[in-house]
Design a protein around this ligand. Structure first.
Ligand SMILES: [Zn+2]
Ligand SMILES: [Zn+2]
Length: 86
């Protein structure tokens, strides 16, 4: 089957044809993979403002505030705080 529009899949670079004008990917799977890949790239592009290391996705705290430091710094501050209290 040959569609009206000739497209190139941004994920695998394969050329394909479709009748859906806004379709971008050769398959639903590649749409999902590309979305995941881009999300991963965005996550690793960040730099922690505290230690300057590449951003390691911090765990979301219990009150759902967005953490401002990487996982290592979060752990560091948590340990530091605990030592002060004791
Ligand atoms: Zn593809
Ligand atoms: Zn850090």
């Amino acid at each position: 089957m040959i569609g009206r529009y000739s497209k190139t899949c941004p994920y695998c670079g394969k050329e394909f044809t479709t009748d859906v004008e806004h379709k971008k990917y050769c398959s639903e799977a590649h749409k999902t993979y590309d979305y995941r890949r881009r999300r991963l790239e965005q996550a690793t592009e960040k730099i922690c403002p505290k230690c300057g290391r590449p951003w390691t996705e911090p765990e979301i705290s219990k009150n759902h505030t967005k953490p401002s430091y990487c996982r290592y710094c979060q752990q560091y501050f948590a340990d530091h705080h605990r030592q002060k209290v004791q």
